[in-house]
Design a protein around this ligand. Structure first.
Ligand SMILES: C[S@@+](CC[C@H](N)C(=O)[O-])C[C@H]1O[C@@H](n2cnc3c(N)ncnc32)[C@H](O)[C@@H]1O
Length: 205
């Protein structure tokens, strides 16, 4: 499926790369943020198939959700709850419009939540979840997010998967004691992907 086939099919506007200087991020975020590029739908489906979980029991969290394409794909893939967090007000606005278009096309949307916030400091939902990152930010923001994830797992040990597409800051995960690498996929046009999972000790096992 070509990237814009998704929009052609559903009438949404999720395609196209947008450079960082047009995203109107707050100054505090801009220095760590990466520009907008949507995930290829076929690559997303391959990655999600790797998750050995009952999706309806999991919250899917797209951190740096852009125009919301992955949020809609995750809803379509059957996750129990889907949350998209995007710092660019411009992209968040487009994502909200896309969600309305999605609802008008007959899809249920009550389990979908779009927020305009800094995703690196996001509260991680307390139940089982999948955190999705398509290389949204640089090292400092990534370190902050990993501290959030660790704190959250310490507080409520549970099953948490991290799906990291184009994993530019993978070395930070390698030094994390709460996540273990499950698999690596290569050969996609937009980069490799890595799948990590909360370590058994952080799942309460
Ligand atoms: C490569 S795009 C990925 C978009 C979407 N997740 C997808 O896969 O289709 C990265 C997104 O992260 C957003 N972003 C960067 N830093 C952020 C932050 N601190 N909080 C929230 N969003 C952020 C950017 O504005 C951009 O929309």
């Amino acid at each position: 499926m070509a990237s814009n086939d998704f929009d052609n099919r559903w009438g949404t506007d999720t395609d196209g790369e947008i450079p960082i200087e047009l995203l109107e991020h707050d100054a505090a975020i801009a220095g760590q943020a990466v520009s907008y590029e949507p995930t290829d739908p076929d690559a997303f489906r391959v990655m999600v198939r790797e998750l050995a979980i009952a999706r309806e029991d999991y919250t899917f969290l797209d951190l740096g959700s852009g125009k919301g394409r992955v949020v809609l794909l995750a809803a379509q893939a059957g996750f129990g709850r889907v949350v998209g967090i995007e710092a660019s007000p411009l992209l968040h606005h487009t994502a909200c419009t896309n969600l309305r278009v999605w609802a008008q096309a007959g899809h249920g949307t009550r389990h979908i939540d779009l927020r305009s916030e800094d995703a690196a400091g996001a509260d991680i939902p307390p139940g089982p979840c999948v955190v999705y990152l398509f290389n949204p930010f640089r090292e400092r923001a990534m370190s902050r997010l990993l501290r959030q994830i660790r704190r959250s797992l310490q507080h409520v040990p549970r099953d948490l998967w991290l799906l990291y597409y184009n994993p530019q800051a993978r070395h930070l995960l390698e030094s994390s004691d709460c996540l273990a690498r499950v698999t690596v996929g290569r050969g996609f046009q937009q980069g490799d992907y890595e799948i990590w999972r909360s370590h058994a000790a952080f799942r309460g096992e």
